[in-house]
Design a protein around this ligand. Structure first.
Ligand code: 5GP
Length: 208
């Protein structure tokens, strides 16, 4: 069974960098490339950051029941395709979802064992400064992102873990630590423990 890691953070919290560090450092993970109707930004590439589709195509896919979850946010649709999880399961990989709070709640409802992590910028001022220095969004979009951040931050209580990203290196290490610790949770180890127990039981019999 793949472990699903949900990572949410208001944009500008350093989430993309953290997710990049996680994917590069921990083997056995695969990133879910979402579908969106927003236009590519900066150096983003089709199939790498998102699958960029028209509103019509997105709505057709909703009708066809293709999404594990989707949301209409910041004037666009964003959604996680069911095939992302199916593929991860087939390949024996754990799945990383970079999705906002409403989608996260939906995934938790459908997959209660999913692990959710909320990343927080140290303050509104720092978040705003990061969004402006990125130089990717118009003022009006930055205002919308900040308003949405205020709403999202209120939802932190429904997450399993909270990371305050004041030091990128330390936060990345904590994120990596969460993934490693979750993989050795007792209930996920059952199928590996049983054969070990069996070898001990066999051993005690042969000695008798
Ligand atoms: P951005 O436009 O900055 O790439 O993303 C805006 C927000 O949409 C981010 O909080 C991001 O995590 C979220 N997002 C990206 N893909 C999905 C998705 O498939 N589902 C949901 N619910 N949110 C997503």
């Amino acid at each position: 069974m793949s472990i699903v890691f949900i990572i949410s953070a208001p944009s500008g919290s350093g989430k993309s960098t953290l997710v990049g560090r996680l994917m590069a450092s921990v083997p056995g993970l695969t990133f879910s490339v979402s579908y969106t109707t927003r236009a590519p930004r900066g150096l983003e590439r089709e199939g790498e950051n998102y699958h960029y589709v028209s509103r019509e195509e997105f709505e057709r896919r909703i009708e066809a029941g293709e999404f594990l979850e989707y949301v209409h946010a910041l004037g666009n649709y964003y959604g996680t395709h069911r095939s992302a999880l199916e593929r991860a399961e087939a390949e024996g990989l754990d799945l990383v979802l970079d999705i906002e709070v409403m989608g996260a709640a939906e995934v938790k409802k459908k997959l209660p064992d999913a692990v959710s992590i909320f990343v927080l910028a140290p303050s509104r001022e720092i978040l705003e400064a990061r969004l402006r220095s990125r130089g990717e969004d118009a003022d009006e979009v930055i205002e919308r992102r900040l308003a949405r951040a205020a709403m999202e931050i209120e939802q932190y209580e429904s997450y399993d873990y909270v990371l305050i990203n004041d030091d990128l290196e330390e936060t990345a290490q904590n994120l990596i630590g969460i993934v490693r610790a979750e993989r050795v949770k007792r209930f996920r180890m059952a199928s590996r423990i049983q054969p070990i127990l069996d070898t001990f039981r066999t051993g005690s019999r042969t000695r008798r």
